[in-house]
Design a protein around this ligand. Structure first.
Ligand code: NAG
Ligand code: NAG
Length: 414
């Protein structure tokens, strides 16, 4: 009896490695979080039961051996490509991921072309101080095509006959946060201008060099481009557009031998995210420019709460940027880089919940985890016939639910 139990657990162990490995490959993300482990075990038991039910023991063992062999030849990590002689162009190195990536790649021996908005800013000064003489700092606002063009000319001049191996599309911004109805158009356009059109212009400008080198394109996007985070519609929509652009480009560049990866980081302290002054300024601007009727219906306290919630959320973000920098290095140097990298704590859990669970759960999750609003819009609060409104709402909610069901149907077909 004991014997049987031991061999059962060994069997389950081997099966977990196999099935988990396969899942990891299929889902193209790093399995780390608990729910992924549960899914992993669940899948293992399922496969094991199926095998036990519909296969004679000999055949099952044979399949097990063959898959073991396949798995280990397939899963052994391939050594990274050599750094020597590789040049990389990185946008948005004033702060955050760009600043840290430029520094890391320079230390590894890359020839780094780092663009900054401000050549005299803190980020540029820091890079000048700590990096080798291989680093070239360039002033580029990616929304200005002539500056992009100039950076291309400067890079070409410096490279001479050498190739450009990689482009790291890092520059991006979030102009402001808030409900869709309450955000200014300048917020939507600002995000699109930098995150989408800016990145598009840079990528197209450098593509001839990258095709020639059969190089790499690494783009920093955001999970908010995949999931509807409350208050982040403007930023998220620009990242969603970027994701689709980059995914399409990935197909088109296959014949050219250019490999394309997208990185989706969780919440990190980067750029303006913890700059209180910046958010205060954006908030004042928003309040001043909103139509009075809207401001009255929602109430200033409603907008204030959103700002405060976002602020406390940003304060809790990770300071250690290395999970993201590591994935950038992997995307640049792995012989087989991943299509998508989910980097940072919690982001795999979010991916799992938003991709595989019904909307009724994922919606609640997004609202609980992100900005957990307590203040209702003013008009909904002070209405005397509250029960009537609630009734209306519940009817609407039911209608929404039936829409959601349709959505989840199409989602599962996808
Ligand atoms: C750039 O990164 C370094 C650490 O790598 C940090 O000390 C410095 O403050 C960063 N600069 C900016 C402007 O983010
Ligand atoms: C970048 O944008 C400008 C202005 O829209 C355009 O003239 C230029 O051709 C673009 N560059 C590339 C390489 O697409």
């Amino acid at each position: 009896m004991e014997d049987c139990a031991v061999s059962f657990w060994i069997y389950i162990g081997v099966m977990s490695i196999l099935v988990g490995g396969a899942m990891k490959k299929f889902l193209a993300f790093h399995i780390g979080a608990m729910p992924s482990m549960m899914a992993w075990l669940g899948a293992t038991l399922l496969v094991e039961r199926l095998c036990a039910l519909c296969m004679p023991a000999v055949l099952a063992r044979l399949i097990l051996c063959v898959s073991c062999w396949l798995y280990f030849t397939w899963a052994t990590p391939k050594p990274l490509l050599p750094v020597e002689g590789k040049a990389v162009f990185i946008t948005g190195c004033d702060s955050g991921f760009g600043n840290a990536t430029a520094k890391r790649l320079d230390a590894m021996g890359f020839e780094v072309f780092a663009t900054v908005l401000n050549l005299e800013g803190e980020g540029a000064k820091h890079l000048r101080r700590v990096c080798s003489s291989r680093l070239t700092l360039l002033q580029v606002d990616i929304t200005q095509p002539q500056q992009v063009q100039q950076a291309l000319l400067d890079t070409k001049a410096k490279l001479g006959m050498r190739d450009l191996w990689g482009l790291v599309n890092n520059a991006g911004l979030c102009v402001n946060i808030g409900d869709v109805e309450l955000c200014l158009m300048s917020n939507y356009r600002g995000c699109m201008e930098v995150n989408y059109f800016g990145t598009l212009n840079v990528t197209r400008a450098f593509l001839p060099l990258l095709r020639q080198a059969k190089g790499r394109i690494v783009t920093i996007s955001s999970p908010s481009g995949e999931n509807p985070f409350p208050c982040l519609a403007a930023y998220g929509a620009s990242k969603a557009a970027l994701n689709l652009l980059i995914s399409t480009l990935r197909h088109e560049l296959k014949p050219w031998g250019v490999k394309v990866s997208t990185i989706l980081p969780s919440a990190f302290k980067t750029g303006q995210s913890s700059n209180t002054e910046y958010w205060e300024k954006q908030y004042k601007n928003q309040i001043q420019n909103l139509p009075t009727s809207l401001l009255e219906e929602y109430g200033e306290e409603y907008l204030l709460e959103t700002k405060e919630l976002f602020h406390s959320y940003a304060k809790k973000a990770n300071e250690d940027l290395s999970p993201v920098i590591n994935t950038i290095v992997d995307a640049l140097l792995s012989p087989q880089p991943q299509v998508r990298y989910y980097a940072g704590p919690g982001v795999t859990l979010m991916y799992f919940i938003c991709s595989y669970l019904p909307f009724s759960i994922s919606d609640r999750f997004l609202q609980k985890v992100f900005v957990q609003k307590k203040v209702m819009p003013r008009v909904l609060r002070k209405q005397p016939g509250l029960s009537l409104i609630n009734n209306n709402n519940s009817i609407k909610e039911n209608m929404n639910n039936s829409n959601n069901n349709n959505d989840s149907f199409t989602k599962s077909i996808d």
